[in-house]
Design a protein around this ligand. Structure first.
Ligand SMILES: *Cc1c(COP(=O)(O)O)cnc(C)c1O
Length: 231
């Protein structure tokens, strides 16, 4: 079995190296541990090694883990596609939602977020390469959606999340990340409290950090290859 503590150190070291290389301050990039398919016991090992933010894609699976690990005060990020009938549970159990791709979902999360809870942190998922098959808002529609979300009092708009087209071409990866960074800067100028550019995964986190990412979402690099393929 993979040594989670050691892997976590490795990932944090790579993040730190990438920050230095990009002349960015230490700690400017946060690590989100993407724990889909892994059981609560595995997450607990990561938590014991100091990781406290976890990203989950599937609601039912996540709810089991959130419940099992409730004594640990972890920060939970929903990063998967959202159907409207799932918003009530997401609003009740998560701290962040990074995959907002339409106003209706934002409105439902806002209406369903309990007054006793802190506001729900959200990011707009941007389809930065305008792929037909991909979820997310096209770049040209982000500002208007951000305007609408900023009116919702139970949500706090924190930034954007991007998953660029898979490619091995460095220049293509850089181009997508730089376009995302440009959009993020534009949002920062127009809205208060924008501080999150969620981009970069196991295989492209260094490039994402050099382009200005503030949060990398790492799954396989931390926990190993997922046993269920294509998730
Ligand atoms: C699965 C997933 C990740 C993590 O991908 P790895 O390649 O395993 O690091 C990051 N972001 C999202 C949205 C994901 O679904």
């Amino acid at each position: 079995m993979i040594d989670i503590k050691k892997q976590l150190q490795n990932i944090n070291n790579s993040i730190n190296q990438a920050e230095i290389k990009a002349q960015r301050s230490s700690g400017s990039v946060q690590l989100l541990a993407v724990s889909k398919t892994w059981p609560a016991a595995t997450l607990r090992l990561a938590a014991q090694a100091g990781q406290n933010c976890f990203g989950e894609n599937y609601l039912q699976e996540a709810l089991v883990k959130i419940d099992e690990l409730s004594e640990l005060e972890l920060e939970w990020h929903f990063i998967g596609p959202i159907q409207s009938n799932k918003t009530r549970d997401i609003a009740a159990h998560f701290d962040w939602v990074q995959s907002i791709d339409r106003l209706k979902i934002a409105q439902r999360l806002n209406d369903q977020r309990n007054e006793q809870q802190a506001v729900l942190n959200v990011c707009i998922q941007v389809n930065i390469d305008n792929e037909n098959s991909k979820s997310g808002v096209n770049a040209e529609n982000v500002i208007s959606l951000a305007q609408q979300i900023s009116q919702l009092s139970r949500l706090k708009l924190r930034g954007i999340m991007v998953i660029p087209t898979k490619t091995d071409h460095l220049s293509q990866q850089q181009s997508a990340f730089l376009r995302a960074h440009h959009l993020y800067s534009e949002l920062q100028q127009q809205f208060p409290g924008i501080d999150t550019l969620s981009m970069g995964m196991t295989h492209d986190m260094q490039i994402a950090i050099s382009a200005g990412s503030t949060m990398v979402r790492v799954g396989t690099g931390l926990f190993g290859q997922r046993l269920t393929p294509n998730v």
